[in-house]
Structures are given as C-alpha cells and as structure tokens.
Design a protein around this ligand. Structure first.
Ligand code: PLP
Length: 387
C-alpha cells in the first residue's frame, strides 16, 4: 500500500465531493440555457459560488470560475496590466511560475522582492522600493504575492504588503492557492484586488479554480466568447467541477481546526529526520507556516534521488513544486533563502493532508532514515546506531 505525502502538489478528492461531482455530471444542462435543465445546472454553479464566497469572506458575485489556479492568476495579472494600467510588476522571488512566467511574458519591467533566510518576502525592501517609486518613470505598481509558499509553507505578510501598495495606488494580486483549506483566508481583510484559488489543492477536482476580484478591481477579458461569468470569463462552465469546488471549500474550511493539528506530526517528522541526519536544514522553521508542510534540504543528497528512493519504499513526496520537479537547478526557495547550491539541490517537500495519519508520518521518518543511511552513511545516525 502506498503512502501519499504530496498534498501540496494535489490532494485526494474528498468522498462527498466525488458524489457531488458524479451527481452534477448526471445533471445534463448548460448553465447558460434558459430551459429547466439549464437552470438546474445553473443552480449547482450558484450554490458553489455562494459556498466559495462564504468560505473566503468574499462576496459571491466577486467569484469568477476558471479552469485552474494558473488561469485565475493570468486573468488577474492581465487585468492589472491592461485594464488597471500597471506599468511595472513586483513579485517575490519565490512566486510560482504561474505568476513569474506571466510577469516575464508581459513585456513590463519586473522586479523581484527578495525573501529573508526564513522564507518570508522582505517587507522592508518593498517599503524602501515604494518610497523611491516615481509614477512618471515607473508607472502604476502591481504586486503579486503568494499567501503561502508551496515549497516550505511560509505564510507571507500579504495584508501588510497590500497596505503599503495602497499608499501608492498599487494593484495587488494574491496567490492563495496553497493557503485555502490549510489556514483561514479572509479576502476582505487582506485588502487585495484579486485572489486566485484552485480546487485540487483542497480536496476538490483538478481543472477548476476561481478568481476573486474585488468589486472595483479593473478586469480585462482574457477569454472572449459567449459572455459567461457576466462577461468576465467566457466559456461553457465546468458545472461538475465547480460543484465539486464549492463543496470541497466548504468542507475544507469546516475542517481547519483538525488541519491545524497536522503541525504536531509535521514537527515530529522534522525532529525524527534531524535525529537521523543532524546536518539537514528545516526550511522556514520559526516563521509562520502552513501546518502540513515540511521542506528540508539535505547537503549532498539530491532531492530527485530522495524522491526516487522513497518512491521505491512506497511514499509519494516531491523535490519542489510538481511543475518544477525534474529540473536540476535546485529549489526556488532554497536558492532564494540563501542556501548553498549543494543543499538547495537536496531539497525535499513532504506535505500532509486531510486524510494523513500519525502512523504514516512515523513510517515516513523510518523509511527516509533508512534510505538516508544507505545514501550518506558517513552523515547518518541511523547507521551509527546499528553499527
Ligand atoms: N500557485 C501555487 C502557489 C501553486 O502551488 C500552484 C500549483 O501547484 C499554482 C499556482 C497553479 O495552480 P493550478 O495547478 O491550479 O494551475
């Protein structure tokens, strides 16, 4: 039997959500059709819109369903640039490629906000940069910042950054994709213009997400066509996926107290790994972090090699974000937090989730320690203990 500890890559779909998706798939109807079948589909969509708004302290009418988190982030950034007139993009050095690549491709100047050794965007840098902002020269600022980091789970100071941006008439895009369902997310309190979410990160189906756009946020249509989602995002709605997203976010938010307890197992895992390999780095330790995420860096033992060894032992974990796995440059977070290249290449992410158990966490520590003892015998306490 395999053990899945890669919940930041994607989560197992919750059983009730599978039922809801299956029910919606049996409900024939295009949510734009005026007949009774279409209206039944529309009701499923509007229920999900209400569930999403409620879960995120946002107005239901500000929820725009999309095909994934990446699409929502693209829509937000393109809106900030084309409709909001942004002239320059600021984003942290640890943003997901859905932000970084979109910013690069925009043709606008892009500036990276450095992160501290603890894995937090450097607000002092942002304040200083905005203090020298010259709107004539630099244009309107747009900021993209993740609420929680996908690799080590550090919770970024988004509300503080948004307040700084407000003083400069800036636009703020929040990537809340890793945060939703893991910590409470209050769109209204963040003070952002746009926020992206993705169902498959909180027990919903893959291929459906949403953009929350504040009522006065500039919006530029990215997909044009039949005018769905009040003209803000055309394309026949994925009714089944959206219904699944709605129930998944409701259940995930209802389970936040249980989720918070994962931090105990995460910390016990960190202690166990450190006992076996005293020279490993626990990234983001001491900073506010998602309860489920453990990011470690092991000098001299490549992340990809660890992933393969653990895969053989029956565990699914990852050497970085799912879409950057397999690339040999080390983890984004490791490089940004100032780890040397060797340790950064040894990055491994273990992420627990709604159906993880304490036994799985214990079994992981054992399997990792054994694999580590074989790979780096001279650095291993596991072997020392038995030899
Ligand atoms: N942003 C972050 C922080 C993510 O972790 C991910 C997914 O890994 C994305 C954006 C992209 O979301 P999606 O897979 O829904 O396109």
């Amino acid at each position: 039997m395999r053990t899945y500890l890669d919940h930041n890559a994607t989560t197992p779909v919750r059983p009730d959500v599978i039922e809801t998706v299956a029910h919606a798939m049996r409900t024939t109807g295009n949510a734009s059709s005026v007949h009774a079948d279409g209206q039944a589909a529309l009701r499923l969509v509007e229920t999900a819109r209400r569930q999403t708004g409620k879960a995120l302290c946002a107005r239901a009418e500000d929820v725009i369903f999309t095909s994934c988190g990446t699409e929502a982030l693209n829509l937000a950034l393109h809106s900030a640039i084309r409709a909001g007139g942004a002239g320059r993009i600021l984003h942290s050095a640890i943003e997901h490629e859905a932000v970084a690549d979109t910013a690069r491709a925009s043709g606008l100047p892009v500036e990276e906000i450095p992160v501290t050794a603890a894995g937090l965007a450097d607000l002092g840098w942002l304040e200083d940069r905005l203090g020298h902002w010259d709107t004539e020269r630099d244009g309107r600022p747009a900021l993209a910042l993740m609420l929680a980091n996908n690799e080590i789970g550090t919770i970024q100071p988004v509300a503080e950054a948004a307040a700084l941006m407000r003083e400069h008439d800036g636009l703020v895009v929040v990537d809340a994709i890793q945060a939703v369902g893991k910590i409470a997310v209050d769109f209204a309190a963040l003070g952002a213009d746009y926020m992206a979410i993705s169902a498959h990160k909180f027990g919903g189906p893959q291929g459906v997400g949403a953009l929350i756009a504040a009522c006065n946020a500039p919006l530029e249509r990215q997909l044009r066509g039949g005018g769905q989602e009040k003209g803000r995002r055309s394309g026949t709605l994925n009714v089944a996926g959206i219904a699944g997203l709605g129930l998944a976010i409701e259940q995930a938010v209802a389970g936040l107290d249980d989720f918070a307890r994962l931090a105990d197992w995460r910390d016990a895992m960190a202690a166990g790994l450190k006992q076996a390999a005293p020279d490993i780095h626990i990234l983001g330790e001491g900073a506010p972090r998602l309860p489920n995420t453990l990011g470690i860096a092991v000098p001299g033992w490549k992340g990809e090699t660890q992933v393969m060894a653990l895969d053989l032992a029956g565990f699914s974990v990852s050497a970085g974000s799912a879409c950057s796995s397999g690339k040999a440059h080390g983890s984004k977070i490791g490089n940004a937090t100032g780890l040397d290249a060797d340790a950064s290449r040894g990055f491994l992410r273990v992420s627990l989730g709604w159906n993880s158990t304490a036994d799985q966490a214990d079994a992981f520590v054992k399997a990792w320690s054994e694999a580590h003892g074989r790979a780096r015998p001279e650095h291993s306490n596991a072997l020392k203990a038995v030899s």
